[in-house]
Write a protein of this length. Structure first.
Length: 301
């Protein structure tokens, strides 16, 4: 079986215990305004253009038989609607100003790549993490990667928003050692406003994984005046304490370093006006979770 990924990161240290290899699956059913990996939103591969690298040679324009590229202002303009994703322009650009993001791979290829880091896993207690995008959007491919990883004796983690069919989550769960469960907002209306989706299935999956006895670390990006008011955090704490087995919470500060990625993809960066939390604000949120008895991890994203 083939799946589509957009990156493999070696020596990752924020995606679960120890030193890890993180596999980024392409495609996500949510549309969080603060998504840090917009290149992972579409399940299809994409062409990305780096204007500042382009030397205006027009080689790509003459190669593109689909008519998706044309000269413009000393560089090129790209029409995604006409692009057939053949990748020839990116392969031949002398300035690496075009990149095809996303490639089709087999589960065996993914695990073979992860196994190159086995020595680091053994020394650090690490393993392989499946992230995205949303890995459950390619649920069958994810399960194949997970079962293969377990047959090779690797520790497995899945970073998920939990917005996935219950059946897919249940089928994958036996092969997952750790869930990194990203919660965006506990309240339904706000969740819909900022992610475009209902959070009821997310809460149901979190409850179900708790019933199954899975190890879960809850992760949340702290965004001032969006999801860090005291009432919302207390509501989240009560839900976690009363309805789930989550005991560890990892708070991450919002940052805006993805703005350049949005520009390259021709997407609007909708959080320009959002505040980033200072240390005091992060500490206040962490204190509140700690008062409810959660073990806290505070990390950069
Ligand atoms: S081939 Fe590369 S450098 Fe030349 S015009 Fe196209 S994008 Fe720019
Ligand atoms: S990927 Fe292929 S079709 Fe798309 S712009 Fe490049 S050369 Fe044209």
């Amino acid at each position: 079986m083939n799946g589509t990924i957009f990156n493999i990161e070696h020596y990752a240290i924020h995606d679960g215990p120890g030193i890890r290899t993180t596999i980024f699956f392409k495609g996500c059913p949510l549309a969080c305004l603060w998504c840090h990996n917009p290149e992972g939103l579409s399940v299809k591969p994409q062409i990305v253009y780096y204007r500042q690298r382009c030397v205006g040679c027009k080689k790509c324009v003459s190669l593109c038989t689909a008519g998706a590229l044309s000269p413009r202002d000393g560089g090129i303009s790209f029409d995604a609607g006409k692009c057939r994703l053949c990748g020839r322009c990116a392969e031949s650009c002398p300035a690496e100003a075009l990149e095809k993001v996303g490639r089709s791979v087999t589960a065996a290829e993914v695990i073979a790549e992860a196994e190159k880091d086995r020595i680091f896993y053994e020394e650090s207690g690490g393993g392989v993490t499946f992230s995205g995008g949303e890995p459950f959007l390619q649920a069958d491919f994810l399960r194949e990667c997970l079962t293969l990883a377990k047959t090779r004796g690797l520790h497995t983690a899945v970073e998920t928003s939990g917005f996935a069919p219950r059946e897919a989550v249940e089928k994958a769960a036996p092969y997952v050692d750790l869930f990194l469960f990203d919660v965006k907002h506990i309240r339904a209306a706000e969740h819909r406003k900022y992610t475009g989706a209902d959070n009821a299935p997310i809460k149901a999956n979190l409850r179900r994984l708790s019933e199954l006895g899975k190890e879960i670390v809850l992760r949340m990006v702290v965004i001032p005046n969006v999801n860090d008011d005291k009432e919302a955090l207390e509501e989240l704490c009560c839900f976690l304490r009363d309805e789930t087995s989550v005991r560890t919470v990892n708070l991450l500060p919002l940052h805006k370093s993805a703005s350049e990625k949005y520009r390259r993809l021709g997407r609007e960066f909708a959080i320009e006006d959002f505040e980033t939390p200072d240390d005091e604000r992060m500490a206040a949120a962490a204190r509140l979770f700690a008062e409810y008895g959660f073990r806290m991890l505070i990390d950069g994203q």
